[in-house]
Design a protein. Structure first.
Length: 555
């Protein structure tokens, strides 16, 4: 039976158009961390290969890799198995879900995707295998559909091209790039919008290896025989590779015009300000409250004393990463890197468990943000680099990320506010009205809650206003199970000194001014200065009176 995958250029256009349409509508897959064995994949129908942890730089973001071939029935009762994979640094990438129709890539509609860090690529190849599972020789025509075939769907800048390393300028694809090739094998080379040509005509027409979009194979494959073709690819230049792109691995046959297998993208992991991979995060989550500054909502960090209470960010423990779908709390397949957005793919997602954040601050008057339905938030769900607010330090200055702190921000809200206060001994004290304590409780709507509300509990039972000392007063708001404790300091009442007794100030007899008595305090013979002043004043008055009498007697 003969298969002519792309006898007309219109089919190339159809495949490319379908590629673009499917990429835009497919559901993205949850992350896993598996890889196929580094050896060439088995080509028996649905061959079972144990998954292994991939060597860098491949990250699988789809289902567990499947290396089973597509099976096309033959008229003689056998099958022709076809398997196309990417091979990066010796690691085979094929994590398609095992079905053939674009709308049923797997039972849940999940698209399988692999991510490759271009800066770590040492070898990059496309490998196509064909196996005749019939009991008779098979005359076949099949195409190796190279990634550039699908450039029309993504733009030419987003497709890796064929490398010169696998080609001889005089003969085309080197014999060393093929194993199991039949003796009557012929190759035709195809470029966009032109008929396929043999190598001599292809080169004479001015085409280069990098222009190739497919290689068509025609020959006779013996019963049970397998032919494998390996075409080396090259990673696009750094400006394109680091900007990331996506392409598809497809096969094509007359019976099944378009069969999607898998997708992959090149991109570097998102970096922190110091050039290191952002994931895993370092340091404690940054607790912030929403404030309005100059008409704009900003996230303002809590003071250092409260930041010290926050949990350390630990991947797989209190946050989880998935580069294609929003991960759930306790996702067992959290990824070790996160990727920025590209022209074809959104930025990676991460989820932060809100429970440890709430636990850290619940006795300090703060709760986590509310969910959209007004209930307690269970998780912060974010996307890398998306909707990041302006973050200010507690003093209002721009927040500066440090080398030892890249953990993301989490929003909290203040539920109970107040101050430590000082009162005088034996003074009246009412925590609800005390201006120094200045208690405030905020409900879910952000408005003040009446302190007499049954939702508010104020425990001031420890405060003893009759005895100097420091006493706790705890305020609790039931709907949020949040409390805050303040200190009331009672200081001793000021003592007003009693006035000293006045000295006896009897006016002296005439001429007796010098005999005024000077009293002491009786303590160490200290002079009673008050008494002394009275005595001196009295003595002076007596002397003046004697002088006046003497003057009258002379008159």
């Amino acid at each position: 039976m003969s298969h002519d995958p792309m006898p007309r250029l219109s089919r190339i256009a159809i495949a490319a158009t379908a590629s673009a349409a499917l990429i835009g509508t497919a559901i993205l897959a949850p992350a896993t961390s598996f890889a196929a064995p580094a050896a060439a994949p088995a080509v028996a129908a649905q061959a079972s290969n144990a998954a292994a942890q991939p060597a860098a730089p491949v990250v699988y973001n789809g289902l567990s890799p499947q290396t089973g071939a597509w099976s096309s029935p033959l008229t003689n009762g056998g099958t022709l198995n076809h398997l196309g994979v990417l091979r990066v640094n010796g690691t085979d990438i094929t994590n398609r879900a095992g079905t053939k129709l674009p709308d049923s890539i797997d039972p849940n509609g999940i698209k399988a995707v692999s991510t490759i860090d271009p800066t770590a690529v040492q070898s990059f190849e496309y490998v196509d295998s064909f196996t005749n599972n019939s009991s008779a020789p098979l005359q076949f025509t099949q195409s190796v559909a190279l990634p550039k075939l699908f450039a029309a769907g993504f733009g030419t800048a987003y497709s890796p091209v064929t490398s010169d390393a696998g080609f001889d300028q005089a003969t085309g694809l080197k014999a060393s790039q093929m194993t199991g090739a039949p003796s009557d094998l012929t190759l035709q080379y195809g470029v966009a919008n032109q008929v396929r040509q043999n190598w001599a005509d292809y080169v004479a027409a001015g085409h280069t290896v990098q222009d190739l979009i497919e290689i068509q194979l025609t020959g006779t494959l013996a019963a049970g025989a397998t032919m494998t073709v390996t075409v080396p690819l090259q990673v696009p230049d750094a400006t394109v590779a680091t900007n990331s792109f996506t392409y598809a691995d497809w096969s094509f046959s007359a019976a099944e015009p378009v069969t999607i297998q898998s997708h992959a993208r090149f991109t570097e992991p998102q970096k922190d300000p110091n050039g290191k991979n952002l994931i895993p995060y370092t340091g404690k989550f940054l607790a912030t409250v929403a404030e309005t500054v100059d008409g704009k909502t900003v996230a303002k960090a809590l003071p250092d004393s409260l930041q010290a209470l926050m949990p350390d960010a630990t991947n797989g423990t209190n946050y989880w990463v998935d580069n294609h779908v929003q991960p759930a709390v306790n996702n067992p397949t959290t990824e070790s890197v996160i990727y920025p957005a590209s022209a074809q793919e959104p930025a990676g997602y991460y989820t932060i468990d809100a429970a440890p954040v709430a636990s850290a601050l619940k006795t300090h008057g703060y709760a986590t943000e509310l969910a959209s339905d007004g209930t307690a938030l269970k998780a912060y769900q974010r996307q890398a680099g998306v909707n990041v607010p302006t973050i200010l330090a507690a003093d209002g200055s721009p927040y500066q990320t440090t080398a030892d702190h890249t953990a993301p921000w989490v929003g909290v809200r203040q539920v109970i506010a107040g101050n430590d206060t000082t009162i005088s001994q034996n003074s009246a004290f009412d925590p609800k009205t005390d201006e120094g304590l200045a208690l405030q409780v905020f409900g879910h709507d952000g408005k003040n809650v009446d302190l007499s509300s049954p939702d508010v509990t104020i425990d001031s039972s420890a405060v003893d206003t009759s005895t100097p000392g420091s006493y706790p007063i705890t305020v609790t708001y039931g709907p949020d199970s949040v409390s805050n404790t303040f200190t009331v300091t009672v200081v001793a009442a000021a003592v007003t000194p009693s006035p000293s007794p006045s000295a006896s100030a009897t006016a002296p007899e005439q001429g007796a001014g010098s005999g005024a008595e000077v009293k002491t305090s009786g303590v160490g013979g200290a002079v009673d200065l008050a008494g002394l002043g009275v005595a001196l004043a009295a003595a002076g008055a007596g002397t003046a009176a004697a002088v006046r009498r003497a003057r009258r007697s002379r008159r």
